[in-house]
Design a protein around this ligand. Structure first.
Ligand code: DC
Length: 223
């Protein structure tokens, strides 16, 4: 297991992904993007055109698929059966289907296994997701929980998608984010909640650099 393990959890658009990436670079740590793993599993299933409600089928697909998660130039890249899927897993259609994987205990178990295996390969890890501090790495050295208003989170997501060339309807995006918040926070297994020992950072009025400075300062002060 890693010698330094930091978890950053929070809802979509809270800035956890960018913050985790930048923090990892500052600490020369590996960045573990756990959402990417759920996305990769959903995409692998979508490619087979199977019924995404069929949990047994999804278990089989996850077990048979060769997933590779590597750090390249500070980014976590994703390969599915040898083919690069780093960009494709961000497609809004994949986003809309991830919950089929994320809400099933037997599927989460498999993805958690991939996360722990990844963490075992590096000395220093910044792990980002929904349940990193609560379920996957309860003994992490430092735990953070990032929040932000739904409106601000939608704006951030819209900017990201627009930059990638997607057409965006801001109101619809906010509705989707709120729907995903509900799905993530109310699911029975590993709901999105802050670990009891996590430090919560509200990022609504903070720049990315300010968020990372804050987290970095808290780590250095308690090292
Ligand atoms: O962070 P993201 O948008 O890439 O995550 C995609 C989905 O995966 C999100 O809707 C919730 C799920 N997820 C999860 O359930 N647990 C995690 N640790 C990470 C993501």
């Amino acid at each position: 297991m890693a010698k330094l393990l930091i978890t950053i959890d929070g809802p979509a658009g809270s800035g956890k992904s960018s913050a985790a990436k930048l923090l990892a670079a500052k600490l020369t740590a590996a960045f573990l993007d756990t959402g990417a793993m759920y996305r990769a599993a959903a995409l692998a299933a979508m490619r087979t055109s199977c019924d995404l409600n069929d949990v047994t089928k999804l278990e089989e697909i996850i077990d048979k698929t060769d997933f590779k998660f590597e750090i390249e130039a500070g980014q976590m890249t994703v390969k599915i059966n040898g083919g690069d899927a780093t960009e494709q897993i961000r497609d809004p259609q994949v986003t809309a289907n991830v919950h089929f994987v994320a809400s099933e205990p037997s599927l989460r178990q498999r993805i958690v296994r991939l996360q722990r295996a990844f963490a075992g390969r590096y000395e220093k890890i910044v792990a980002e997701g929904r349940d990193q501090g609560t379920v996957v790495f309860p003994d992490a050295d430092f735990k953070f929980f990032l929040t932000a208003d739904a409106q601000e989170r939608s704006k951030r997501r819209a900017k990201e998608l627009t930059e990638k060339g997607y057409k965006v309807d801001l109101d619809k995006l906010q509705q989707e984010i709120e729907k995903r918040d509900r799905q993530d926070s109310t699911r029975k297994i590993s709901p999105l909640i802050a670990a009891a020992d996590a430090i919560t950072v509200n990022t609504t009025n903070l720049t990315l650099e300010q968020v990372v400075e804050k987290i970095f300062g808290l780590i250095k002060n308690n090292d």
